[in-house]
Design a protein around this ligand. Structure first.
Ligand SMILES: C[S@@+](CC[C@H](N)C(=O)[O-])C[C@H]1O[C@@H](n2cnc3c(N)ncnc32)[C@H](O)[C@@H]1O
Length: 437
């Protein structure tokens, strides 16, 4: 199982005793593209040129640090060595230690709903928004949030231990404050707030996932439509607050992907972009900001247009980004050189996926590109845990909808007539699968 992909820094512990057997001095190295299981400590063995192997432990983000304490093998909470590094880099060499049987991964995953619920509740209560630019004691913050005194220290200190909050000092007079990540991503007034998806996880998905066993046995959705007759989007879009909550959740989940896509995709041969199922217009906004020559259209159901128009105006892009309302199963898609679909295909069964791919093909000129942005499952269906869990989430939300691999996308698009394909990695577990007409 490999979860994380990223650039690692190797720091040899400063307190490593200097000897022939160990690393002579504290040094830092960049190690490109290693995989690791997030948040876990991994046994690791490394050596520098001319120095014998040393053992230690490495943790995937947030700490990004490996510690080596000499030739004596040492394992810290060692989960089996689950990651590897290419050997052709200039830094140290790595090897993976032999597997050691250890139940910590099982226990960590089993208990992870506890930490999930603490974080989601903190966002729901607005902890990070309340702390914006401030340092408060537990009693002060607890009073602002209307918490029972019994709960205060455990709740905030758990957030400190999980590294979502920070604390100055110890004891009742100590003060809590936001970490840089908390301030940037979890303060509702930050332009890079991602909390919308956390709010939706707490308000909707946490309880719907309770019925996963029923979904697995019946193949039926477990969300609002479980006892009603309407389609998921109709149900969701009936009340404005629910619609806004859903669209804010989409923004939280998609922003880093759309920023990465606008930076990585070569828009230079193209003049126009249509984002199908464009929600608040976020993908168009990011693309228009980076590529002044592009004309952008955000296409979505009529109920969404006023919200998108508001966001486009707030970004100062009225006139460069426009909205078109329609139903992508009834209406032809607006013509454009590039058609993007962010988390659209995964919402539907195969028949409807094929309808959307054909509709995109018809709306593109020769050479045009269809781009699907999703947590694409790896082709062997072994590694992208988030993609596979997202597909289970589609079972919970829609029943017959499912996530897919880049090989699936290539096959479906090939059947429709697309000629060339590529995959561009975006952020975390997400990628853009591109098919060229
Ligand atoms: C899962 S959201 C994805 C939003 C956005 N593309 C993103 O990735 O963040 C699906 C979007 O498809 C839109 N949608 C659903 N059914 C539609 C339909 N029949 N015609 C047009 N848009 C539709 C929804 O309104 C919603 O904005």
């Amino acid at each position: 199982m490999r979860l994380g992909l990223g650039r690692w820094k190797l720091k040899i512990a400063a307190d490593a005793p200097a000897s022939k057997e160990t690393v002579p001095d504290p040094r830092r190295f960049k190690v490109p593209y290693c995989f690791g299981e997030r948040g876990r400590t991994h046994p690791v063995r490394a050596r520098l040129a001319g120095v014998s192997w040393v053992d230690g432990a490495g943790e995937f983000p947030p700490r990004r640090r490996f510690h080596f304490d000499g030739a004596r093998p040492r394992t810290l909470n060692g989960l089996n060595a689950l990651w590897s590094c290419p050997q052709n880099h200039a830094g140290p060499e790595f090897t993976v230690l032999p597997n050691q049987l250890d139940p910590s991964a099982i226990l960590q995953t089993a208990f992870s709903f506890w930490s999930s619920k603490v974080l989601l509740t903190a966002v729901e209560f607005g902890v990070f928004t309340k702390l914006a630019g401030r340092r408060l004691t537990g009693a002060e913050l607890g009073a602002e949030l209307n918490l029972h005194p019994r709960a205060i220290a455990d709740f905030f200190d758990a957030l400190v231990a999980m590294k979502f909050l920070d604390r100055e000092g110890d004891g009742p007079q100590s003060k809590y404050f936001n970490t840089p990540e908390g301030a940037l991503f979890l303060d509702q007034n930050s332009p890079r707030y991602v909390g919308g998806i956390l709010v939706m996880l707490n308000a909707r998905l946490f309880k719907f996932w309770h019925d996963l066993p029923e979904a697995l046995r019946t193949g039926k959705p477990q969300n609002e439509i479980k006892h009603g007759q309407k389609g998921m989007f109709e149900e969701l879009y009936e009340e404005l607050p629910r619609l806004e909550q859903f669209l804010s959740a989409m923004t939280g989940l998609s922003r880093i992907n759309f920023e990465a896509f606008a930076g990585k995709f070569d828009f230079s041969p193209y003049k126009s972009l249509c984002d199908v199922g464009g929600a608040t217009g976020l993908l168009c906004i990011e693309a228009a900001k980076k590529h002044p020559h592009l004309r952008c259209t955000s296409f979505d159901l009529p109920a969404v247009a006023p919200i998108a128009t508001k966001h486009i105006a707030a970004a100062g892009l009225t006139g460069r980004v426009n909205t078109v309302s329609g139903d992508f199963f009834k209406d032809p898609l607006p013509r454009a050189d590039v058609i993007t679909m962010g988390m659209i295909l995964h919402d539907w069964n195969l028949e409807k996926k094929m309808h959307l791919i054909r509709a995109a093909y018809d709306a593109l000129p020769p050479g045009g590109a269809l781009v699907a942005i999703e947590a694409l499952i790896d082709d062997a269906r072994r590694e992208n845990v988030q993609g596979l869990l997202m597909s289970l989430n589609m079972l919970i939300e829609f029943g017959d909808a499912f996530d897919y691999t880049s090989a699936d996308f290539r096959k479906w698009c090939g059947e429709v007539g697309f000629k060339r394909f590529e995959v561009i990695h975006l952020a975390g577990p997400s990628s853009a699968a591109v098919a060229y007409k």
